[in-house]
Design a protein around this ligand. Structure first.
Ligand SMILES: *Cc1c(COP(=O)(O)O)cnc(C)c1O
Length: 396
């Protein structure tokens, strides 16, 4: 899955372009930058690749989610429905704008269960935030229908799924806004970086301001910009954007390799009795950064993950993971924070700490993901497929 495997001359050339002028900032310095605008170029390239009308490149995926929530007008008193299986960043972003995260169960898509979403809607709900985990998409048909019916916003956390699609539309562009991460281990990387995409010029304008201290970016002189609203610094540097430009050009090549490698592993694993696979609402749009599958029960899933690790095959057993699955989010459930958390959010964390998620547990305790690398030779791929099948098959 990670673009860092394919770092090369293309990335170096883009970075050199920036180093030559020494203008590392994305705004201003129009003369000395000699027409080089890497962040702006990356935004244009993202629009072309995803079909989004507007893109705002920022300093991380977490910053992108925070910026998108703010730009969508989400904050104090609003509930954001999100899945129990995600990366803590989605949760952190909701807290950071003062909104209340409401976790709901995942199903065999490993992302939001539409039935659980429907049951969780209250008069305070403002946003449904599916997280396209491990490269594959949530059930966007059912989720968009719920949002339309209930008058809710859809914000896609597509941080793990750049390049994926649903019914021919890029993941991230189906909802009111979508976010990508370009951190170092994502499908394409800037080192650190992220982006918000949206079809709304108004949301895009607010993103542009929020990510840069509220600057309106309308003047020729940055010092004379007006500040229509509150904002923070979530800017990306030109150096990071330059890396992302080169990586984005490679995205389709990465997807092709991932899909081929994933298919080979899956075809071998299909022959192992008892193994079932994650349901993917639109298999053609899978970005294929992971292969995710189920064992019949927790004991066998644990044993299979252990056997895979012993054979040198990456095995993510998310059920025990303290970043990605709510069961082990101890620091969040205890509201451990360097500063006192506002009372309503503290209350929400207390509710979360007390809440069991048996339906999610039933799915996640049986699930394993294995990452799909770009750099395997066909020999290594064949060897890996055989080892994977043997390890998983060994648990009976
Ligand atoms: C990586 C990730 C993020 C955050 O991205 P960063 O660039 O690391 O801040 C958010 N959500 C999900 C699902 C992610 O995997």
């Amino acid at each position: 899955m990670p673009g860092y495997e394919m770092w090369g001359a293309e990335e170096r050339r883009e970075v050199e372009d920036v180093l030559e002028t020494g203008i590392l900032m994305r705004y201003g310095f129009d003369g000395p930058r000699k027409g080089r605008w890497k962040a702006r170029e990356l935004e244009e390239a993202l629009c072309r690749r995803t079909g989004a009308a507007r893109a705002q490149v920022v300093s991380s995926g977490t910053a992108a989610l925070t910026t998108a929530l703010a730009a969508l007008g989400v904050g104090a008193g609003h509930e954001v429905i999100m899945p129990t299986f995600t990366f803590v960043a989605s949760f952190e972003a909701v807290l950071s704008v003062g909104a209340t995260p409401v976790l709901v169960d995942v199903d065999d898509t490993l992302t939001l269960s539409p039935a659980a979403v429907r049951a969780a809607v209250t008069p305070s709900t403002r946003v449904v935030m599916p997280v396209h985990m491990c490269g594959s998409m949530a059930d966007l048909g059912a989720l968009t229908a719920i949002c339309k019916e209930k008058g809710l916003l859809l914000l896609e956390d597509a941080c793990q799924a750049p390049g994926g699609s649903w019914q021919g539309r890029a993941l991230g562009t189906v909802g009111d806004a979508g976010c990508y991460s370009f951190d170092f281990v994502k499908t394409i990387t800037c080192g650190e970086g992220g982006a918000v995409v949206t079809s709304s010029p108004e949301v895009a304008r607010r993103c542009d301001q929020y990510a840069d201290h509220g600057h309106d970016h309308t003047g020729v002189d940055r010092g004379a910009d007006l500040h229509p609203a509150l904002g923070y610094n979530f800017r990306i540097s030109e150096l990071h954007a330059a890396v992302g430009l080169a990586q984005l050009r490679k995205l389709d090549g990465f997807l092709e390799i991932q899909r081929r490698n994933k298919r080979a592993l899956r075809e071998t694993l299909e022959r192992v009795p008892g193994v079932t696979f994650r349901r993917i609402p639109d298999p053609a749009g899978d970005s294929a950064s992971f292969l995710s599958f189920f064992l019949p029960d927790e004991a066998r899933a644990r044993a299979a993950a252990k056997a895979m690790q012993a054979a040198g095959i990456g095995a993510m057993y998310w059920y025990d993971n303290n970043w990605h699955y709510v069961r082990r989010w101890d620091h969040l459930k205890s509201a451990a924070s360097p500063y006192p958390v506002p009372a309503p959010l503290r209350e929400a964390l207390t509710v979360l700490a007390a809440r069991p998620f048996p339906a999610s547990d039933a799915v996640m305790s049986r699930a394993i993901s294995t990452p799909i690398a770009l750099g395997w030779t066909s020999e290594q791929l064949g060897e890996r497929a055989a080892k994977l099948a043997a390890a998983v098959g060994s648990v009976g």
